[in-house]
Design a binder for this molecule. Structure first.
Ligand SMILES: *Cc1c(COP(=O)(O)O)cnc(C)c1O
Length: 242
């Protein structure tokens, strides 16, 4: 197979995957009486080559999520057209300076200390950083995120940081073969957002619920997700060796 037709094949595969995911999001919206325009599909392109992102862009995607700062900035520097870039992975304090002012939304703020670092960098650049607070709703020890119990306190502290806007919450449900198993965690995240919203804290929006991945995005949409983060469902399985 020559290079051209391999690219065509890949393009076709990514086009079809995106159409499939979008159709399933639309059906989940219908089932839950939601407007599909409320749900943003983020194409999680971690480990995937820039050519794959170009295929997705050709298919109409303009929203990408990455979980490593270096990969995110490399892809941003390569693809210079107007795109929405989301930092969805665990963020180390020493990497904050590379993405503040560049990522549209940081989904993975899991401590007041990390937020303080983001505040410091945002202030230096005279910008405002949009963030989500990551919540560990399942209580799994292997997961990052603030516990639901600590969440109100963490939100109140971050709300006092003038160069940060909290836009909502993010969670990762435990891995399971059965998406229904994720439903209680998604319900839980939405309820936490409702509780926080009712406090009307200055500087705090609860407009964004980032939840749902390839295995459970339809359930997440039914439970109120406004952003779903889909990697494998768009780009296929990841190969961490290459
Ligand atoms: C990798 C990743 C995803 C996408 O996972 P898939 O199962 O491939 O859809 C979503 N969210 C986060 C935080 C991730 O790291």
């Amino acid at each position: 197979m020559n290079e051209g037709s391999a690219m065509d094949e890949r393009m076709k595969e990514i086009f079809e995957n995106i159409a499939h995911v979008k159709a399933r999001i639309r059906m989940a919206c219908e089932r839950s009486h939601r407007d599909p325009s409320e749900v943003t599909l983020i194409a999680v392109s971690k480990t995937k080559p820039v050519q794959d992102l170009e295929c997705a862009i050709a298919a109409g995607m303009d929203c990408f999520g990455e979980n490593k700062v270096q990969e995110l900035t490399m892809k941003m520097d390569t693809l210079t057209q107007p795109l929405h870039w989301h930092m969805i992975g665990h963020l180390q304090k020493n990497k904050v300076k590379y993405i503040v002012g560049r990522a549209e939304l940081i989904h993975s703020v899991d401590s007041v200390e990390l937020a303080a670092k983001i505040q410091e960098e945002a202030q230096k650049r005279q910008t405002t950083a949009n963030i989500l607070v990551e919540v560990n709703v399942s209580g799994e020890e292997s997961k990052f995120g603030v516990s639901p119990y600590q969440l109100p306190d963490v939100i109140e502290k971050i709300a006092q940081m003038p160069n940060i806007r909290i836009q909502g919450l993010m969670t990762i449900a435990p891995f399971t073969e059965d998406p229904e198993q994720s439903r209680p965690f998604f319900k839980n995240l939405r309820n936490l957002a409702v509780d926080i919203k009712s406090k009307n804290i200055d500087n705090v929006n609860m407009n964004v619920l980032s939840m749902g991945m390839t295995g459970d995005y339809e359930v997440a949409v039914e439970e109120g997700a406004t952003m779903v983060r889909v990697g494998t469902g768009i780009f296929g399985a990841r190969n961490y060796i290459s």
